[in-house]
Design a protein around this ligand. Structure first.
Ligand SMILES: Nc1ncnc2c1ncn2[C@@H]1O[C@H](COP(=O)(O)OP(=O)(O)O)[C@@H](O)[C@H]1O
Ligand SMILES: [Mg+2]
Length: 264
């Protein structure tokens, strides 16, 4: 898929630039689909720096970060993990959804991220790996309402003294973003879909609904209109049907909203 240029509506690139120049690590906080990953990719691309990414989950192990011993043709060697590789190369490291990692993994990260920026390879030779001067780390966390996410330990939070908060954009800006991703001209229908998305987001924020649609949904809405589908049908498919997961009452609530906005 072709890369769409990031629309920097909240001046985040400037903050990333300043943090990079000051050698400070950055934490981006915001719900899914608010452009966190695209922001980081766009920044790295424009700065022409190499970007290594780790997407954290409960299954992420220390060995993914640090590395593993391997046996090749009778000799033991060490396959370096992404964290070690990135420290040595001085690249940019993107730690995505860091708050879904297990405590032991976070502890190891903390070791590398403290002011000395070094880590002891106790898994291998005991060598001390020191990060290159240019090493830059950006991580993201989802707000605590997301299932599977945990609170980040305070000392780890303090390794990222620059914090960027990304929320869903204002309507007119979300419209501009969606338009970057599509070819057709469906401005009024898309604006209606954004209003629907915001209604559902607000309901989810006060726990009246279980799911909050992101920019991925409003973009998908535009893309299906490009394919000639009707806005009512697309609204059902992209926004409505997912709520059936929580039963018929939840689904019906949203279905009624869609009908009131897009007709029958
Ligand atoms: N400011 C923006 N400019 C361009 N595209 C954006 C912007 N914000 C979000 N998007 C698009 O929305 C979708 C979700 O963004 P993504 O970066 O994956 O979100 P996150 O990492 O926060 O879950 C992607 O298709 C992305 O290209
Ligand atoms: Mg992401």
């Amino acid at each position: 898929m072709e890369e769409v240029q990031y629309l920097d509506w909240s001046n985040s690139i400037q903050i990333l630039n300043k943090a990079y120049e000051a050698g400070l690590f950055v934490l981006i906080i915001g719900p899914k689909g608010t452009g966190k990953t695209s922001l980081v990719r766009d920044f790295a691309k424009n700065k022409n720096i190499n970007l290594d990414s780790i997407n954290f989950s409960l299954r992420t192990r220390e060995s993914h970060l640090i590395g593993t011993k391997t046996l090749k043709e009778g000799t033991v060697s060490f396959d370096e993990g992404l964290l070690i590789k990135s420290m040595k190369s001085g690249d940019m490291l993107y730690l995505d959804e860091i708050n879904s990692a297990e405590a032991d993994v976070l502890l190891r990260l903390d070791e590398a991220l403290d002011d000395r920026r070094q880590i002891v390879l106790k898994e291998s030779t005991g060598e001390v790996v020191k990060a290159e001067e240019s090493w830059f780390v950006v991580s993201t966390i989802n707000p605590l309402t997301h299932s599977g996410t945990k609170e980040l330990p305070p000392q780890l939070l303090s390794r990222f003294p620059v914090r960027i908060r990304l929320e869903y954009p204002p309507e007119n800006i979300e419209l501009e973003i969606v338009k970057k991703h599509i070819s057709g001209n469906h401005e009024s229908e898309i604006l209606q879909a954004i209003k629907l998305a915001n209604t559902l987001r607000q309901a989810a924020a006060v726990e009246e609904l279980f799911y909050s649609p992101s920019l991925r949904e409003t973009i998908a809405f535009g893309k299906l209109l490009d394919k000639g589908m009707s806005s009512k049908q697309v609204a059902d498919i992209v926004f409505g049907n997912v709520y059936a997961q929580w039963g018929n009452i939840e689904y019906q609530k949203v279905s009624d909203i869609i009908t009131s906005m897009f007709g029958n």
